[in-house]
Write a protein of this length. Structure first.
Length: 116
């Protein structure tokens, strides 16, 4: 496997683990577990506070491992609160995109963890 991964920025992650494979694997495992839990609670019908908190927390987890595209989607989701026109539909569409990106990112994290 190469160090290039389009879903997770290996160089960003490497700055924190400095060649410590066990630490890298632990960070990726925590990311996978946390992201799965957050995705399970993410729902277009959440209160604004719940929606924003879930989006913000997932954004932080994604950026922590260098999953920039997933983080950007979550950042976009954070702002779909209040009186946004078509809020429910916008949230639903974002959730589809976030789920797809998260599924792929979790796969990449598992690949990095298991094969790096």
């Amino acid at each position: 496997m190469t160090k290039k991964n389009l879903l997770i920025d290996w160089d960003h992650l490497e700055k924190y683990v400095v060649g410590d494979d066990a630490l890298r694997d632990e960070i990726l495992t925590i990311f996978v577990e946390q992201a799965a839990k957050l995705m399970a609670q993410f729902d277009a019908a959440q209160t604004d506070e719940g929606w924003r908190t879930t989006a913000h927390t997932l954004k932080g987890a994604a950026r922590g491992v260098g999953a920039w595209d997933l983080g950007a989607l979550c950042e976009e989701a954070e702002d779909v609160i209040g009186g946004v026109p078509g809020k429910r539909e916008t949230r639903s569409a974002l959730l589809i995109s976030i789920r797809q990106k998260l599924h792929a990112t979790i796969g990449a994290a598992k690949e990095l963890r298991d094969c790096a």
